[in-house]
Design a protein around this ligand. Structure first.
Ligand code: NAP
Length: 299
């Protein structure tokens, strides 16, 4: 349980409501900033102001999935106020307090490093990334349905990358009856894809496989769907790029060729905020119990 722990939540979207619910269930004192326009009560949490004392007394600071941007701005969809994580806030955290977020900006990383504050990036964890790949794959399927006039069943789909997202997506597309090719660079991924009944190819041969596809899903966070690849694609093809910004597609060239290419960030939060929130909440609950226990033992 988290009895006696002061946990500060700064901003966020519907996913944070699941986090609040879970942490209050675990008996933490949850102080939430940036939820003043929420029409429903806050499930046991207390609305708070981002003053110095709040940060001084925090045992943990929880930021939204995307943390802060590069000037410290924190997204808070349930508030009209502009919310910022200032250097002065981090400076006032006690040494045992950690900052938890989905993924951190350089701004946040540098601030935490400067003041010796632990920073936990949930999306870097394998378990969270694998759970998150489920709503991500469903979101990718939703986009494919919205932007094509054919069924996924029977379509020629190519998935690039066989990491946590690519694997789940390829499996989902195959289960829906698509003919799925998957582009990989490792021999063991090639073998696994073959075992799964997918049609693997090496990424160096991507240009060959671009010629006859309906759907191209990219999960590789580097420029991979280049102009040279797009030039080989049929005009009916749709590219759905899931990789983090700026994606791995030459969007300028795709537009020039009249090929629909979409960057699709943050799908879990869009298609399934409740599930995405639960994924974060469950992981946070476990981590906080462990981290606060270890922190108490050290003190
Ligand atoms: P991951 O498990 O690390 O998988 C990344 C894949 O890309 C791996 O197969 C990796 O190959 C491959 N790769 C990386 N760099 C490469 C390069 N230079 N050349 C060839 N292949 C390369 O990551 P993930 O969790 O699946 O996430 C993939 C991307 O999707 C990330 O950018 C992540 O932020 C993003 N994402 C987006 C959403 C969304 O809603 N759009 C949701 C979740 C994640 P190896 O295994 O051989 O290294």
């Amino acid at each position: 349980m988290l009895t006696g722990a002061n946990i500060v939540l700064l901003g966020g979207d519907a996913r944070q409501l699941e986090v609040i619910r879970r942490l209050t269930e675990l008996d933490a004192t949850v102080l939430a900033v940036g939820f003043d326009k929420l029409s429903t009560p806050l499930d046991g949490a207390v609305q708070a102001e981002p003053d110095g004392q709040l940060f001084e007394e925090a045992d943990a600071l929880i930021l939204p999935a995307v943390g802060t941007d590069e000037d410290g701005t924190v997204t808070a969809v349930f508030s009209d106020r502009e919310l910022r994580l200032e250097e002065a806030h981090i400076a006032r955290l006690s040494r045992h307090c950690k900052v938890y977020t989905g993924m951190a900006s350089r701004y946040l990383r540098e601030l935490c490093a400067k003041y010796g504050i632990g920073l936990v990036e949930l999306f870097e964890r394998d378990d969270v990334a694998i759970y998150n790949s489920i709503p991500t794959a469903e979101g990718a399927v939703m986009m494919a349905i919205q932007h094509t006039d054919i069924t996924i069943h029977g379509s020629n789909a190519v998935v690039l990358g066989m990491g946590r997202t690519g694997l789940t997506l390829a499996r989902t597309l195959k289960a829906m009856g698509a003919k799925v090719k998957i582009g990989v660079r490792r021999d063991e991924h090639f073998a696994r894809a073959y075992e799964m009944g997918l049609d693997p190819f090496y990424l160096k041969d991507l240009v060959v496989h671009a010629a006859n596809l309906d759907l191209l899903f990219n999960t590789i966070p580097t420029m991979i769907v280049t102009a040279q690849i797009i030039a080989q694609m049929p005009s009916r093809a749709v590219i759905i790029d899931l990789a983090s910004k700026p994606g791995g597609t030459d969007f300028r060239y795709a537009e020039r060729r009249g090929i629909k290419a979409l960057l699709a960030p943050s799908l879990p939060g869009i298609v399934a905020p409740k599930t995405a929130g639960r994924i974060m909440a469950d992981c946070l609950g476990r981590l906080l119990m462990e981290d606060l226990r270890l922190g108490r033992e050290k003190r």
